[in-house]
Design a protein around this ligand. Structure first.
Ligand code: BJW
Ligand code: ZN
Length: 263
């Protein structure tokens, strides 16, 4: 789908003069790849699942097979998914600006598969599980997993070091964010002059502080989202629409860099 964007001159100028752009993404950037968001009313993962029943360490301790089975279902969906024009537009943007940082809350690897480098994953990585007891990293066997049915229990593998259960490599509620990636994200927010937030409801902390930190340090903030969010009033510009349509059209219009999707 293509889109003719009418962009304010101030936004075009912000892109053309930016020395460091930070792109901050949430589940919405992967929605058009077929990866469900969390909070969208009808299609979000939590329209059907209770977060505390699945995304906490207490839930894993209470019913490891339920939680592992849910993440296996999600992992198989991500492995079958492909990057979409939004992920690809971020890679193209990197060629036009002196410096770019990509900070994501997503646990999928679609930014990397599109070609983005050094992505900070604030909420961990679905593909990098570890032992719940001793923390030893665990590697999935090669190949595509069988897609467990939604809601099916799957017993987690055993840790070869201590026989503890293997857990998903994600950050659950109540857990600290990975310290090095959080420090990189803080630096990217405080050090950029244009901060682009894409496809996040900005409801989960501390990640949701990043746009506010950027604005507090003088960066201009652009939001891309089809729905209203907590950031509407903070953003200097709100482009309302799907990331896979708006981002390619934006990069195409600002840098005269047309992708197949912007035609
Ligand atoms: C499109 C689109 C299209 C649709 N194009 N857009 C301060 C105040 C209150 C509470 C807290 C606080 N600080 C901490 C907390 C507690 C808690 C928290 O934030 N709770 C809030 C919910 C109130 N935070 C934590 O517990 C964090 N840890 C922590 O603070 O630790 C402290 C500590 C320190 C030292 C020792 C111990 C502890 C951890 C948070 C971890 C969050 N993890 C999850 C699950 C990951 C695992 C998994 O994948 O299952 O991460 S929660 C879930 O939400 C997931 C996401 O990354 C995160 C953000 O969601 P996101 O990406 O914004 O998705 P949605 O669905 O909300 O929004 C999608 C958006 O896309 C929508 O706006 C759509 O409109 C849009 N969209 N289609 C563009 N095509
Ligand atoms: Zn172990």
């Amino acid at each position: 789908m293509s889109l003719d964007l009418i962009l304010p001159d101030s936004l075009v100028k912000a892109f053309k003069t930016a020395r460091h752009v930070t792109v901050f993404t949430g589940a919405g950037v992967s929605a058009e790849s077929g990866v469900p968001t969390f909070r969208d009313a009808h299609t979000g993962l939590w329209a059907r699942f209770e977060p505390t029943a699945l995304a906490t360490s207490e839930a894993f301790e209470a019913d490891p097979a339920l939680v592992w089975g849910w993440y296996e279902w999600r992992r198989s969906r991500v492995m079958r998914a492909a990057p979409n024009p939004a992920h690809e537009a971020i890679v193209r943007l990197a060629r036009h600006v002196p410096a770019i940082s990509v900070v994501t809350q997503n646990v999928d690897d679609l930014h990397e598969r599109a070609g983005s480098r050094s992505v900070a994953h604030l909420h961990g990585r679905l593909m990098q599980p570890r032992c719940f007891a001793c923390g030893t990293p665990w590697r999935y066997p090669d190949g595509m997993p069988n897609e467990p049915e939604d809601g099916r229990r799957v017993t987690p593998p055993e840790c070869p070091e201590c026989a503890g259960p293997i857990r998903p490599g994600v950050v659950w509620f109540g857990e600290p964010l990975p310290a090095d990636e959080w420090q990189r994200a803080l630096g990217a927010a405080a050090g950029c002059d244009l901060f682009i937030t894409v496809g996040t409801s900005a409801m989960v902390y501390p990640a949701a502080e990043l746009p506010r930190i950027a604005a507090g340090q003088g960066a201009r903030v652009l939001q891309i989202n089809p729905q209203a969010t907590a950031l509407d009033s903070l953003a200097d510009w709100n482009l309302v629409g799907a990331a896979g349509v708006v981002l390619p059209a934006l990069i195409g219009a600002v840098f005269d860099d047309a992708s197949p999707t912007t035609g």
